[in-house]
Design a protein around this ligand. Structure first.
Ligand code: PBG
Length: 323
């Protein structure tokens, strides 16, 4: 034999030297679920070890994340039922929970990049990402609200808005609205290839945002399709997206790679709630080693081409990497 491949796997030292993919704290975006109240930390039943926090405890959490080297948080709020309607009224409230959360986080840790979810589902009496007419989720009226919502988040101090709704034309509308209002430093992280996925189940428990009727298949993508993901992503880049996203992550590693090879903007991937829950559940049963599953999963997402990973394991991963 002139080449023995096992030479490069012989010891921890050589494996470390030739490792192609290395996770680091600044790869991670930590999603945060925020609720009204004080001193509240509620575990999400389908996401063991993950919590909804009131604003005061959210601020503490953000300080801790920053101390660990995590540079970005993605904010989601749980809107009170009585504030939900079919127009996204509360989404535009300058003193809404989201807007207060943005201000509180930026005030407590100015360096932390604050990204905000832009979609109507938490605010919608129908639990849909857009305005509902009859059985239809109407596109253009929704886009107008999303653009106004983005401006409202920018006014509160968001560094990036992250539209997760999959309406057509929303990236351009948001970019124009930001420009028109002089928010020339606000970025857009577009959920460009967001699939209609069963893996969002636990998230909808977390925010009580499951669709009241039907499903999200007329706006989120069909998981049979790859070329369509490329079409969506290239359009978002043309419309002004600064970062594009693939979601979910692990069942879509081929899509992450395809997009990484096709665009020059950073690519993020969202390791979603159901992916978190599956690892937690199998570990609880004693069927897999949680720590190893976390690192292997996140490394595979990065290896597939993700520059950034939104994950509920952000804190755990940093702790594991430090050991
Ligand atoms: C809302 C939104 C969802 C997620 C992020 N933003 C749920 C959905 O589209 O139904 C899912 C995140 C997760 O499952 O971790 N537009």
């Amino acid at each position: 034999m002139i080449r023995r491949n096992r030479i490069l796997r012989n010891s921890p030292a050589i494996r470390a030297m030739v490792a192609e993919t290395i996770l680091r704290p600044s790869d991670f975006i930590a999603p945060l679920f925020i609720i009204e109240g004080k001193g509240i930390k509620e575990e999400i039943s389908s996401m063991p070890g993950y919590f909804r926090h009131s604003l005061d405890l959210t601020v503490q959490e953000v300080k801790e994340l920053w101390g660990m080297g995590i540079k970005s948080v993605l904010l989601f709020i749980k809107c009170a039922d009585e504030l939900k309607d079919n127009k996204g009224t509360e989404a535009l409230n300058p003193n809404g929970l989201m807007q207060r959360a943005i201000r509180a986080v930026k005030e407590a840790v100015p360096g932390m990049l604050v990204m905000t979810d832009v979609a109507l589902d938490p605010f919608s009496s129908y639990g849909h990402d857009g305005i509902v007419e009859g059985e239809e989720i109407v596109n253009d009226a929704t886009v107008n609200v999303l653009a106004a919502m983005s401006v409202s988040h920018a006014e509160a101090g968001a560094d990036f808005v992250a539209p997760s709704d999959m309406m057509d034309g929303r990236i351009l509308a948001i970019r124009e609205a930001l420009e028109d209002n002089n928010f020339t430093k606000t970025g857009i992280m577009a959920y460009s290839a967001k699939y209609a996925s069963c893996f969002y189940g636990p998230f909808r428990d977390a925010l009580d945002s499951a669709p009241g009727f039907g499903d999200k298949k007329t706006y989120q993508m069909d998981f049979s399709n790859a070329r369509e993901a490329l079409k969506e992503t290239l359009m978002d880049v043309d419309e002004g997206a600064d970062i594009v996203m693939v979601k979910p992550a692990m069942a879509y590693l081929d899509i992450i790679r395809l997009i990484k090879d096709s665009v020059t903007v950073p690519v993020s991937a969202y390791h979603v709630s159901g992916e978190y829950a599956m690892i937690k559940a199998a570990a609880k049963m004693g069927w897999i080693n949680e720590e190893k599953a976390v690192i292997e999963s996140l490394t595979s997402i990065k290896r597939a081409g993700a520059d950034l990973i939104a994950t509920y394991f952000a804190k755990d991963a940093v702790r594991l990497l430090n050991n």
